[in-house]
Design a protein around this ligand. Structure first.
Ligand SMILES: Nc1ncnc2c1ncn2[C@@H]1O[C@H](COP(=O)(O)OP(=O)(O)OP(=O)(O)O)[C@@H](O)[C@H]1O
Ligand SMILES: [Mg+2]
Length: 281
């Protein structure tokens, strides 16, 4: 009888060990699949601007071109390079946010001038694409935030809004700011392609890209993931809304409370790590 018990116990322990080993192997395999997808995806994203660069260079070297044609080609090459540079910095930024320590400054910033600085850099692009850009923010509205992080956040939201509006041939992008329930809210509304309301939460997942439009725009799907991570690190949040494909979109950033200048720490320090899947933004 004693042997039967011991045998049973031994078997149970063996099964438990096997389950643990199988789980470990499975998560290793999943990590490898994820890694593979990541590499495949990144390589794919680089293929288009690289192919375009190669074509432009070949044309430049093999054909006799007018000064205007040469100018057009070099402009295109510069745009391709800027696109690749943007992709590399987003990939690096999300890797930095997933690992290591992140330190963000807590600085009182005037919301209106912060937004105007970000929009100034794309005014020309917007005008060329028939996009009216408006900033409707009361002066005196302040947030407590890291200036560089805010710049990254606004630039990502602007890039997305531009792509969404360009895809429908032009329209409007409006920034509006207000105080609501003691919080400071900044909304970015565009009249672009929009998305299905059910997709609103998934947009912030890593590498998530929708097929609702974007025209020829091909991103890495990291922009909104970075936006959400940075907002969380600054104790804020971000949400997305759309009435549906073809109905534009609205992204809302919320910072809690009024900034109190005197008795706060000068920075947020957090051990970075991937945001848990499915956490509300
Ligand atoms: N303003 C918007 N209107 C409609 N869809 C949007 C808007 N902003 C984002 N999206 C959708 O959400 C997806 C994810 O956006 P995100 O910024 O994370 O990635 P991306 O723009 O595709 O690539 P990246 O920003 O890394 O270059 C986009 O591919 C697009 O489908
Ligand atoms: Mg983007």
């Amino acid at each position: 009888m004693q042997y039967a018990w011991e045998g049973g116990f031994f078997l149970l322990a063996l099964v438990a060990c096997l389950v643990v080993i199988a789980r470990a192997l499975r998560s290793e395999a999943l990590a490898m699949i994820e890694q593979d997808n990541f590499l495949a995806m990144v390589s794919h994203q680089f293929k288009t601007p690289l192919a375009s660069l190669q074509l432009s260079l070949e044309t430049l070297t093999l054909r006799k071109l007018t000064a205007e044609q040469t100018r057009g080609l070099t402009d295109r090459m510069l745009a391709d390079l800027a696109r690749m540079e943007g992709m590399v910095s987003r990939i690096l930024e999300s890797a930095r946010l997933d690992r290591g320590r992140v330190e963000l400054r807590r600085e009182p910033l005037d919301l209106a001038s912060t937004v105007r600085r970000a929009t100034a850099s794309i005014e020309e692009r917007a005008a060329q694409a028939h996009i009216a850009l408006r900033v409707e923010i009361d002066s005196g509205l302040e947030i407590l935030a890291d200036p560089l992080a805010i710049d990254v956040i606004l630039r990502n939201l602007l890039d997305n809004a531009l792509a969404a509006v360009i895809a429908v041939g032009g329209g409007t992008i409006v920034f509006s700011g207000r105080r609501a329930d003691g919080n400071v809210e900044l909304a970015v509304r565009d009249s672009g392609v929009g998305f299905r309301p059910a997709d609103a939460g998934r947009l912030f997942d890593k590498f998530r890209r929708l097929d609702s439009g974007g025209g020829s725009y091909r991103g890495t799907g990291l922009g909104l993931y970075i936006v959400r991570r940075l907002m969380h690190l600054m104790n804020g949040r971000v949400t997305a809304e759309s009435a549906g494909v073809g109905h534009g979109a609205r992204f809302v950033l919320v910072w809690p409370g009024e900034p109190q200048h005197d008795h706060r720490e000068p920075s947020w320090t957090a051990e970075a790590g991937p945001a848990p899947e499915g956490t509300p933004s």
